[in-house]
Design a protein around this ligand. Structure first.
Ligand code: GRF
Length: 209
């Protein structure tokens, strides 16, 4: 007897967020409107004062603060999160402004299933304060990148990028605002592609099928 792999109709998404949560909100709205066929299972934050916790509550989405200080190591903190993601039958993790580097303990079980949004045209300006780095460097074009997380800092396979012009008047703040509008778009589109099983990765290259 031949068993063919049946496509799952709906993916379960869980979020890791440290702060404001505008990317979370943009994506959650697309899910709630049915533009993305998925269920959002939970939002986990490493900060008890993260505004995203309130945002999630207002949208009727489960949220949880897991205090990293209560664990003896980064890995122990991640194991606790992994257990919850497993219990929620998570297919995709979206790191939307999650300010902690993930260790292999977390990455391995979710290989190519953790999407990150970063406010630069990678591989330029990885890490923190990417918009300020871009201004400082004097680039004329900046942008954002949606990619899968691997063990490096913002080095994983790139799903989508969008460019924005940098004017002479731009500051890190004005550039961040311009980029954020585009972040919301490419994060939603990338997650939609994932949920529709239209992403294939070969030799770190992402193909949209
Ligand atoms: C975004 O600029 C994102 O690219 C970066 O952190 C910021 C999070 O913003 N990783 P928000 O919390 O989604 O509003």
């Amino acid at each position: 007897m031949i068993f063919t792999k049946k496509k799952k109709s709906k993916k379960n998404i869980s979020f890791l967020v440290s702060g404001r949560g505008s990317n979370f909100q943009a994506l959650a709205e697309k899910v709630q409107k049915g533009y993305i066929n998925a269920d959002i299972k939970i939002v986990i934050s490493d900060r008890g004062d993260a505004p995203v916790l309130k945002k999630a509550e207002m949208m009727g989405i489960n949220s949880l603060f897991i205090d990293p200080k209560k664990f003896s190591s980064r890995e122990a903190h991640e194991r606790e999160i992994l257990q919850i993601l497993h219990d929620k039958e998570t297919d995709l993790v979206v790191a939307a402004g999650y300010m902690r580097l993930l260790t292999p303990v977390f990455i391995e079980p979710f290989r190519n299933r953790i999407i990150n949004i970063h406010p630069s045209l990678l591989p330029a300006f990885p890490g923190k304060d990417a918009q300020a780095q871009a201004i400082e460097h004097g680039v004329k074009i900046a942008g954002c990148t949606c990619h899968f997380i691997d063990e490096g800092t913002d080095t994983g396979p790139i799903i989508m990028q969008t460019a924005v012009d940098v004017t002479q008047e731009d500051t890190a703040d004005t550039l961040s605002k311009k980029i954020l509008v585009q972040e919301h778009k490419i994060l939603c589109e990338s997650v939609k592609l994932f949920c529709e099983e239209k992403i294939k990765i070969e030799n770190r290259k992402v193909y949209i099928i």
